[in-house]
Every structure is written in structure tokens, then in C-alpha cells.
Design a binder for this molecule. Structure first.
Ligand code: GLC
Ligand code: CA
Length: 590
């Protein structure tokens, strides 16, 4: 239903319109999306097969997690050749076919650009480690040890020290992630030139944008000083938004981005609102937008003893405040990206909603509503549109129909996990920090990255229709009930609801460009906000609890009797209250 008319992409200097502000992005994690040849690993031909499905959903852009040649220490985020395709995923011809088919369907492709580091098997690093006078030596960050130890006390994001000793030259190299992901030295102009050249090569091929992996970490602090050590003895590197990051991104913009019509988003963990205004400045000098992570994780409630391994949840008022600060803080100055899940986060319905059989669908729709009605470019992570859940299902019994012959819950054993971050953390925390096996398994079940990496659930056949072989990671045991085939044909499914959310955004300018205002900030159960554009208004009401909750009088008073219900996740509304996980959006004119 289009309540307010508008033409997408029409030039408008007041609203500063752009196609990437009006787009909805869908993230594909290729390894787990669709396997076309039965080797248990998703691949490019599998993606091409499923493009029609994405067309049906209505998304505009695909963010493709890395498909480049890689030894797969970190599932493709360790790249050994930026201009070749990972053998397991197919060939460059397969890639070109996928790109062409996507374009035929009107879907753009945004590539994952991983240039904070390469793989240690990249030709640059193979050269670099040979000798101190090798022409590629300064492509990476090499330092001498200090008193027989690492050059400083920085910890790697994947446990242990951020330095690895290399006997060949008796020096250490820096790796903020795994030992097989050495950090590039962005202070070296040759590194920047090579990266920009590679980016231009992809742009000439006709790709439509870049999602830039940990881009906030590329500029290291002067002198690489020690940080304050935490529980594990290692310190934060302090590399987030280092001294030259904006300078390097401006250079990238001049030499690459500004020559093409791209969508760009930088992954910027630890970014502040003030910094985001620079990264995503409306003047277009750096990127279109960034991913910030303040609303994921435990927030101020978290004890932060073991970094991300903490299962605290943020109280709703805190969460609302964070998201609202980003909404109003960037308005007119920069642009937001909107997401609740990706390949590094637990499944959103399990973390922010309720994945029990009773509330899974309704809470997944509520979360979708809450996010998609905000200002910014929304990102849907594969399977989110089906309400896919975390890998370990505490309440699998709910889902288990005898007639379905369903398997037991998986991911209750370490052997089921594949993710390097999870496996390293298990080892470090249980061996050196006194965390028990049970406690650590509890963390993994709730927040391991593998929760988001189980195969896409296409249908109720073996392995959820993802592969005819043995999947590289187990399929979630609830696939007989939660799968695309069933949901595409069901008008009440999470899929159909997402389809509607996406369509509404395409049809209503206010959803893209309207101003945002939070109402009832202290309410502990309801997330209520308005969007405003001229005399148009949207009122978005979401109940984050399983209780029936009264809508504050000051809110009901604002909604005129003739307001239209734009979308809602219950077929029958009750007056003055929101039912369990209910979401409603009213549209009206002042
Ligand atoms: C980003 C990616 C993550 C990867 C890391 C190192 O955070 O999203 O999956 O492990 O960077 O490249
Ligand atoms: Ca395959």
C-alpha cells in the first residue's frame, strides 16, 4: 500500500536523495548459502540459482561476503589473491555469470573488501617475510622483539598476542586477527596504490560497491604503544580510528570511489558518533555509511571480563537510547546503516527477540518492523527473512514433531563449532582464565559466530536442501519447520512480512527520508517512535516483551482515528494495548 506518493531516486537537493539511501541490502555468506555441486560448501553457481528468490523478496543490493582465493583460516576473510575466486566457490566465469544475471534482475553486487590484512599466503606476504630488504618488506608491520618478548602487549581479536615471531628474519609481524591474517602497512603509499588498483579492477568489471572489512583499523597509532591489559593479560590495540584513517579513505575516494556510482559501507567497530560523521559525511568525501556496533552485545550491563564473551543483554531503554542517538545524531549530516544481524552476530530473533515456537515468527516480524521503519539503509542477513534461529536450540522439543522425525539439538558440543574466533576463545579462556567448559559452552551457544553460519534452510528435504552432500557445518535442526519453501508460499510467514517491509520502503518516501523522534524513552517494554516528513507522519509501535502492554496515553492521543495501519504482525489489534511482540505502523497526515 502506497499511502504517500513519491518517485524513487528523483533528484532532490533538500532531502539529498541517493539510490543507496533507498536501497535494501541482503547479505550472502557464500559458504552457507547454496551448494550447487554436492561438496557440502555453498558456491557461486548456488547463488546464481537463488537470485530469483532474492528478486521475489525485493532486495536491491547483495553484499557478498568474500569469494576471493583464500586458505580459509577465517572463512575467506584471509585473502591470498584479490583477483581470483576461491576454488571451492567456483571460477571467475561463474562469478561473471552471477554478476550478469544479478544485473539482469536489477540486483546490484557489493563486494566485501578485506584490506586491513591479507592472508599469510598472499604473494606480498610470502615475499615480505623472506628478508628485511625485500621490496615487499614494508607492506606489512614488522618489529623486533622487546626483551625476548612481543614488541608490545596488544591482543589479537582471535585470542593470544597480536604478534607472531618469524624465525626467518628474527622479527615479529602484527596480526590483529589470526596468525594467518598479517596486517597491511597502510602508511606505505605502495600498499595503498596496490589496493586502489585492485579496487579499480573490480569496479571496471562492473561491481556496484564495497563493504569494507574492519576499515576503522587500518591506521595504527604512532609508535605502536602498549595498551592497558585486560583479564587475559593482553591489551586493546587502540587501532580503532587511528591517526590517518580519514586521510587514507579520502585518498581512496579520490582515486577509486568517486569515479564510479557505488554503494560503500565501512565496518567500523568502536566508532563514535562524532567519528561516524566523518566516515559517512554527506559531502561524499569518504564513505556512504558505516556499521557501528553500539547496539549489539551487552552494552553497559556487560562485565567485559572476557571481551565479547558475555551473555548480558541490554535493558530496552538503553538500547532505544543508543539507536535513537544514532538516528538523530546523523540526520542531515551523514547516513545510517541499519542491521540487527550479520555473519559475526548471533541470530537476531534469538538475541533480541524470542525463538520459542510460540513467539519466533511474531517476534522476528516485530524486530523487522522496528529496524526497517528507521532512517538509514537496512541490511537483511541471509535467513533473517525466514526468522532463522541460533544454531543451538534450547527449546528444540517445541519444534519437534514426531511425524517430522527431527534430529536432536546440535551445537551442544565443541566439535560442532567451526569458527576460528570461537575455537581460539574456548582454548584461551578455559586454559588460562579458569572459565569452565560449561560456562564457555554457554557463551558459544548464545553468541558464537557459527550461530549465523549454519546453512540456509531452503526446504524440508535432507540438509534443508542446502546440499546433497555433507554440509561443512551442521544444519539447524529446526529446518523441517523453518524453511524458505514453506514461507514463500505462506502469506503470513516472516518471509512475506519482510517482502512487505521492503516494498513499503520502496513506495513511501517518509520511510527513507523522514525525520525520527523517539517517544516514551523510559518505557521498559515498548519501542515507540515517529517519522516525520512535511505533514506526513508514521507512528511505529513495537512490544519487545511477551506480555500485553498498554500504549501510553500521550501516544494514543497523537494517532488520529482515520490513521491507516500500514503494516502489523497481528491480524487483530486490541485497543490501547500491544499484544506479545506486537508491532504496528500507523500512517497519517497532520
Ligand atoms: C570482520 C569480519 C569478520 C572477520 C574479521 C577479520 O569483522 O566481519 O568476519 O573475521 O573482520 O577479517
Ligand atoms: Ca559447492
Amino acid at each position: 500500500m502506497q499511502v504517500f506518493k513519491y518517485e524513487r531516486g528523483k533528484e532532490d537537493t533538500v532531502l539529498n536523495k541517493a539510490w543507496w539511501k533507498e536501497a535494501v541490502v541482503y547479505q550472502i555468506y557464500p559458504r552457507s548459502f547454496m551448494d550447487s555441486n554436492g561438496d557440502g560448501i555453498g558456491d557461486l553457481n548456488g547463488i546464481t540459482e537463488k537470485l530469483e528468490y532474492l528478486k521475489e523478496l525485493g532486495i536491491d543490493v547483495i553484499w557478498l561476503s568474500p569469494v576471493y582465493q583464500s586458505p580459509n583460516d577465517d572463512n575467506g576473510y584471509d585473502i591470498s589473491d584479490y583477483q581470483a575466486i576461491m576454488e571451492e566457490f567456483g571460477t571467475m566465469e561463474d562469478y561473471d555469470r552471477m554478476l550478469a544475471r544479478a544485473h539482469e534482475l536489477g540486483i546490484k553486487i557489493m563486494m566485501d573488501l578485506v584490506v586491513n590484512h591479507t592472508s599469510d599466503e598472499h604473494a606480498w606476504f610470502v615475499e615480505s617475510r623472506k628478508s628485511v630488504d625485500n621490496p615487499y618488506r614494508d607492506f606489512y608491520i614488522w618489529r623486533k622483539g622487546k626483551d625476548g618478548k612481543e614488541p608490545n602487549n596488544w591482543g589479537s581479536c582471535f585470542s593470544g598476542s597480536a604478534w607472531k615471531y618469524d624465525p626467518q628474519t628474527d622479527m615479529y609481524f602484527l596480526h590483529l586477527f589470526s596468525k594467518k591474517q598479517p596486517d597491511l602497512n597502510w602508511d606505505n603509499p605502495k600498499v595503498r596504490d596496490q589496493v586502489f588498483e585492485m579496487m579499480n579492477w573490480w569496479c571496471e568489471k562492473g561491481i556496484d560497491g564495497f563493504r569494507m572489512d574492519v576499515i576503522s583499523l587500518i591506521s595504527k597509532p604512532e609508535g605502536l604503544p602498549d595498551g592497558i591489559p585486560g583479564e587475559t593479560g593482553y591489551a586493546d590495540s587502540g587501532c580503532a580510528t587511528g591517526p590517518h584513517v580519514h586521510e587514507y579513505l579520502k585518498e581512496m575516494n579520490r582515486k577509486v570511489l568517486s569515479h564510479y556510482d557505488l554503494i560503500t559501507v565501512g565496518e567500523a567497530s568502536g566508532v563514535t558518533l562524532e567519528e561516524a560523521k566523518k566516515y559517512a559525511n554527506a559531502d561524499g568525501s569518504e564513505l556512504n555509511m558505516v556499521f557501528q556496533f553500539e547496539h549489539t552485545g551487552g552494552g553497559p550491563e556487560a562485565d567485559n571480563h572476557y571481551g565479547k564473551w558475555d551473555s548480558h543483554k541490554m535493558p530496552l531503554p538503553v538500547w532505544k537510547k543508543i539507536l535513537s542517538r544514532w538516528q538523530t545524531g546523523l540526520e542531515g549530516k551523514a547516513w545510517n546503516s541499519l542491521f540487527l544481524s550479520n555473519h559475526d552476530q548471533p541470530r537476531s530473533v534469538s538475541w533480541f527477540g524470542n525463538d520459542s515456537e510460540q513467539y519466533r515468527e511474531i517476534s522476528a516480524k516485530m524486530l523487522g518492523t522496528c529496524l526497517h521503519m528507521m532512517q538509514g539503509t537496512p541490511y537483511v542477513y541471509q535467513g533473517e527473512e525466514l526468522g532463522m534461529t541460533n544454531a543451538y536450540m534450547e527449546n528444540i522439543a517445541d519444534y519437534q514433531g514426531e511425524e517430522l522425525g527431527m534430529c536432536n539439538a546440535y551445537f551442544d558440543q565443541l566439535e560442532d563449532y567451526r569458527d576460528i574466533e570461537s575455537l581460539n576463545a574456548y582454548k584461551e579462556l578455559t586454559e588460562t582464565c579458569g572459565v569452565s567448559h560449561e560456562e564457555m559452552m554457554g557463551y558459544l551457544k548464545r553468541i558464537s559466530r557459527d550461530n549465523a553460519r549454519t546453512p540456509m534452510q531452503w526446504d524440508d528435504s535432507a540438509n534443508a536442501g542446502f546440499t546433497t552432500g555433507t554440509p561443512w557445518i551442521k544444519v539447524n535442526s529446526n529446518y523441517p519447520k523453518v524453511n524458505a519453501k514453506q514461507e514463500v508460499s505462506d502469506p503470513d510467514s516472516v518471509f512475506s512480512y519482510y517482502k512487505k517491509l521492503i516494498r513499503l520502503r520502496h513506495e513511501n518516501e517518509i520511510i527513507v527520508y523522514g525525520d525520527y523522534e523517539l517517544l516514551a524513552p523510559e518505557d521498559e517494554a515498548l519501542f515507540i517512535y515517529t517519522r516525520m516528513l512535511g505533514t506526513q507522519r508514521l507512528m511505529v509501535l513495537c512490544n519487545f516483551t511477551e506480555k500485553e502492554v498498554s500504549i501510553p496515553a500521550e501516544v494514543t492521543e497523537q494517532i488520529p482515528a482515520d490513521a491507516k495501519l500500514l503494516i502489523g504482525n497481528y491480524s487483530k489489534q486490541k485497543e490501547k494495548v500491544l499484544q506479545a511482540y506486537e508491532a504496528r505502523v500507523y500512517a497519517y497526515h497532520l
